[in-house]
Design a protein around this ligand. Structure first.
Ligand SMILES: [Zn+2]
Ligand SMILES: [Zn+2]
Length: 332
């Protein structure tokens, strides 16, 4: 097998060269891409195991082993480096979150469902945006986190769900199938969501949002968790809520749930007086395009508000009212 000639000394020389050049220059010089699955760990630093092996071969035999001449991975590179006494750690990819899939599928669909090459500026830009999303803790990300190669691979995985696709199936997850379906069934909504997420990243708005509370993390939304966070941040704004309640009172309307009519003061007396939750009615893919207006807020009791958000798609207030009315009629 091609790796037989590599020695421990040769690997150490390759590591020294890697340290001297830095990762990018090392990979570029020798024609390697960032390894997607395995890191060599040496003196607390991580190295692309495949590239190290290729270059170590050069130190051992005088000839560089090109990426195309051997396969990286646990069975080859991992075993060889392990046998030479090195530590090889598999870098379990962090599963793609729905929000990330929205961005990848958006790019894929905008290019006729053909995965773009890793050298394309759109792919490099998307890789940068994915690294800025406040979704996965930075200290748990591998060096190649959401690299252009992994972006391309993800696009290929999604593309494989297209009907009539004859390309070889790559490993994909059920979420790849779901995101493909979402873009086929609601393209405008999904592209709009992608646009909003991008804007939120580039403006810094998403990075500044408070983390979701535990109960909210169960919330699912077709437009993803990040836009849902904006939704919740607006609903939690005390100022907006107070102004909405004041306006409702000024209009002579009761502070009661717009879906079921529940009135906290009626049920709980003074303790419940003036209590109500506000729900932001603007669809998620439009959220944040402008300042929230009081007309964008609906008054809901805590139960009804939870029912709106409990599953995808979120219900409109009208739909929820109809549902409550329907249940009441059924019972009567
Ligand atoms: Zn209610
Ligand atoms: Zn809400």
């Amino acid at each position: 097998m091609p790796l037989t000639d590599i020695t421990r000394d040769a690997v150490l020389q390759a590591i020294a060269e890697y340290d001297a050049l830095g990762q990018d220059a090392f990979l570029r010089t020798h024609g390697f891409q960032r390894a997607l699955s395995h890191d060599l760990v040496h003196n607390g630093r991580t190295y692309d195991s495949t590239a190290i092996c290729g270059v170590a071969h050069k130190y051992a035999t005088g000839r560089l082993l090109r990426a195309s001449e051997f396969s990286g991975g646990a069975a080859t590179v991992g075993r060889k480096l392990g046998a030479l006494g090195f530590e090889v750690r598999s870098t379990p990819g962090i599963p793609w979150a729905w929000d990330e899939l929205i961005l990848a599928c958006d790019l894929l669909a905008r290019h006729g469902w053909t995965p773009l090459d890793t050298s394309r500026p759109e792919v490099i830009e998307l890789s940068g945006i994915l690294r800025r999303l406040p979704l996965h803790p930075r200290d748990r990300r591998p060096a190649n986190f959401r690299s252009p190669s992994s972006v391309r691979l993800k696009m290929a995985n999604i593309r494989n769900w297209r009907e009539g696709n004859t390309n070889k199936k790559t490993n994909g997850s059920a979420l790849d199938r779901d995101i493909h379906r979402a873009f086929v069934e609601a393209p405008e909504r999904m592209h709009a969501a992608a646009k909003r997420i991008r804007e939120g990243v580039l403006s810094g708005e998403l990075a500044g949002l408070p983390p979701l509370e535990e109960a909210e993390e169960e919330v699912s939304a077709l437009e993803g968790l990040l836009l849902a966070r904006i939704h919740y941040a607006r609903e939690r704004s005390r100022g907006l809520r107070t102004r909405k309640i004041r306006q409702t009172r000024a209009q002579g309307r009761p502070i009661a749930c717009e879906a079921c009519g529940f009135d906290f003061a009626e049920a709980y007396g003074d303790r419940g007086d003036g209590y109500i939750e506000v729900h932001h009615i603007v669809p998620l893919h439009h959220i944040g395009e402008s300042e929230t207006r009081l007309e964008d807020l609906a008054l809901l009791c805590a139960n009804c508000h939870r029912m709106v958000h409990v599953s995808t798609p979120w219900l409109t207030v009208d739909r929820l009212s109809a549902l409550v009315a329907e249940q009441r009629t059924n019972k009567a």
